[in-house]
Design a protein around this ligand. Sequence first.
Ligand SMILES: O=P(O)(O)OC[C@H]1O[C@H](O)[C@H](O)[C@@H](O)[C@@H]1O
Length: 501
Amino acid sequence: MSDFATLQSHAQRLDSTSIASLLHDDPARAQSLSLRVGPLYASFARQRYDAPALDALFALADAADFPGAMRRLLDGGTVNATEGRAALHTALRGDASDAQVARECAALAVQARTRMATLIDALSASDVTDIVSVGIGGSDLGPRLVVDALALPGARFRVHFLSNVDGNAAQRVLAGLDPAKTAAILISKTFSTQETLLNGRIVRDWLGDDARVYGVSANVERAAAFGIAPGRILPMWDWVGGRYSLWSAVGFPIALALGMDRFEALLAGAAELDAHVASAAPRANLAVWHALTAIWNRNALGLSTQAVLPYDERLKLLPNYLQQLVMESLGKSARLDGAPLGVDTVPVWWGGPGTDTQHSFFQALHQGTQVVPADFIGVVRSEDGHADNHRALLANLLAQTEALANGQASDDPHRAYAGSRPSTLLLLDALTPQSLGALIALYEHSVYLQSVAWGINAFDQFGVELGKQLASRLLPALEGKGGAEDPVTRALLAEILARQG
Ligand SMILES: O=P(O)(O)OC[C@H]1O[C@H](O)[C@H](O)[C@@H](O)[C@@H]1O
């Protein structure tokens, strides 16, 4: 029997076993299925697995050689096999590997940070008050999340983000900014992304001064050809995937918004998690637990979506960030050797911040026909000065996870809660650069380990290419030059052109 079939047989065995009864039979689960790593505490006690099912999951981790796979990642092995590359984001933030290539990459990252600090010093000494960061996908979501989570009022720079090619986005971001006091950073690993180039031109023209345009790219030639002076271009490398790149110079907006010290602290928090994942035995390894739980919910219980519910306003962009990290990494149907997978991969990730979401979609989580596993994320201490609110926030967080797990019987089917809706609770001691760095690194490693279990490549994204190619072919048609081959697109083009007049 395959490892996945074994998991399914455990799921069948547990078919009529509720989470409440698992807890009733083994009250020690609350402790035995929880882990602490640095500033993170994780409870898996409300997942719908028992000890034999967990044995099967850890056997799968053994069979897939999770520790060996983790070493390959950290040591710069060619984990991105379809593109023949390493994925050395861990080298951007620490020294989790003694391998020569990892050390060389870490040295490059340090050099880039030194240059970044120099640019920040120069900007700090100027009249610039606002920064517009232009990028999309991996060149936007990470910096946007971290800046939104950790920027403090009164910081030296206000940082704004522009990603969407929709001109309304540029209009909104630039409204109210003074071109004389604004600098722009164009972030693009390839420097060929349509959205970023179009928005970059808008911002450059609006600034009217090339001297305040900075670039971050692995393609320095293209960035220079755009008109950015080499001294204002910070490097990226092909050994860093876009969605794993916030630790590199892609984090320039983060360093501007938070200051270099807090950017370094973010990296240190991630490095601490790297060291844990690299050395902890599977049963004591937080990323292994998180990854195996995802495999259990997807492949044993067959759950096709996953919610992420941060109970902290500052983490409201985490679901957007994780959508790219998880779904672009794991949304694959072919094994590394090209063979079809035979098992399901990534569920649809979605979510939003609590408590707002309790008043929108939680009804479906509690009583809908689809069971949605959820990652709840809470912050123990808050420095916002509103202790009553924070207690209310935590009370709601605890209440929701309990209600989803335990449910409540009723003679009235409309008022009954089935319960047995699984969740993981991740608690951060406080929201700091360190703890956020650790949290993001946890998700990165969990994603990688899931890819190892499935035998897929977490570091390519060929699935996003076809639509881009079609869009560039259709551009002339929108100017009335040429048509489209597809009859539906042809009809739609005719409709659009006629209505545009
Ligand atoms: O950084 P860039 O080269 O501009 O790429 C920006 C983004 O666009 C691509 O289409 C990918 O889907 C993302 O993984 C990438 O982060």
